[in-house]
Design a protein around this ligand. Structure first.
Ligand SMILES: Cc1cc2nc3c(=O)[nH]c(=O)nc-3n(C[C@H](O)[C@H](O)[C@H](O)COP(=O)(O)O)c2cc1C
Length: 257
């Protein structure tokens, strides 16, 4: 009755992104394929524009067969983790290559689409971007889901004590600002302003983490442990949402018959 293709842009084995994409796929109950971009070769677009008249990318890598899978599918589910405030590089490269399908003819026009994003910070930005991309590619979006995963600094090993890890770097900034030696020196006012500006932007960027880790001191407080093994499977609302999206895809495709 319809075929659904799920694509994950997470390079992590059995990742949270994979889980959300697979949950959506499984809930459709339809014929389905799952592709993990990190296991194949899909390079970024080289902007050669040779696809303009043919709707075919000339670059010789796995996008050749993957694009055919996209065209054969009635619905596409794309999931990505947040990396540096945007989609993963794997996801971005794939999206760029989709450009070849939208010249002169919009080959993906009318297909059903759904999106999933995993992270804490900038998840809304990433999902909005992904949804926008799907819409300009002619997909009819039936839903999006955002889940939380473990922040990289809580799982990398040295991140707990590393001075560049998200919370330690923020804490350091606060300490510098609080130190009267800087505040009381008029010649340091420029420095204070610079730090304040940095703090403002960091506070926004790390708001999600700080809300979760209110004490912001992993060495003294064990609260960070909860952030070490976060799984979307333990987020019932997120899982329900993903299942609901799968059911919606089924309903949409059935109504097309
Ligand atoms: C290089 C790198 C950059 C990251 N940047 C962000 C970020 O900007 N915002 C965020 O919320 N999480 C960030 N993370 C954390 C991942 O989004 C998080 O680990 C997520 O759970 C991964 O999902 P996955 O389990 O599906 O791979 C980053 C992780 C890595 C490895």
């Amino acid at each position: 009755m319809g075929k659904v293709l799920g694509i994950s842009g997470s390079p992590v084995k059995d990742s949270n992104t994979d889980t959300l994409v697979k949950t959506i796929l499984e809930s459709t109950g339809l014929d389905q394929d799952f592709v993990k971009l990190s296991e194949i070769e899909v390079a970024p677009c080289r902007a050669c524009k040779k696809c303009a008249y043919t709707n075919q990318c000339v670059w010789d890598d796995d996008f050749k067969w993957l694009s055919q899978m996209v065209l054969d599918a009635d619905a596409l589910v794309i999931g990505t983790p947040v990396m540096y405030g945007s989609a993963s590089g794997f996801t971005k490269a794939f999206i760029e290559r989709l450009w070849s399908l939208r010249h002169v003819k919009l080959l993906t026009q009318g297909k059903i689409g759904a999106t999933a994003v995993v992270g804490w910070v900038s998840t809304e930005d990433v999902i909005n971007w992904l949804n926008q991309v799907m819409m300009v590619s002619g997909f009819k979006l039936v839903g999006s889901v955002i889940g939380h995963g473990s922040p990289g600094c809580f799982t990398c090993g040295p991140g707990e004590t590393c001075s560049y890890s998200i919370w330690n770097s923020l804490k350091k900034t606060y300490k510098i600002l609080e130190s009267s030696s800087i505040k009381n020196q008029p010649e340091s006012m420029e420095k204070v302003k610079e730090i304040e500006k940095m703090m403002d932007s960091q506070e926004n960027i790390y708001k999600g983490y700080l809300e979760e880790l209110a004490d912001n001191d992993p060495l003294k407080n064990p609260s960070y442990n909860v952030l070490k093994c976060i799984s979307v499977k333990d987020q019932p609302e997120t899982m329900e949402k993903a299942k609901g999206i799968g059911k919606l895809i089924y309903a949409k495709l059935k109504s097309k018959e």
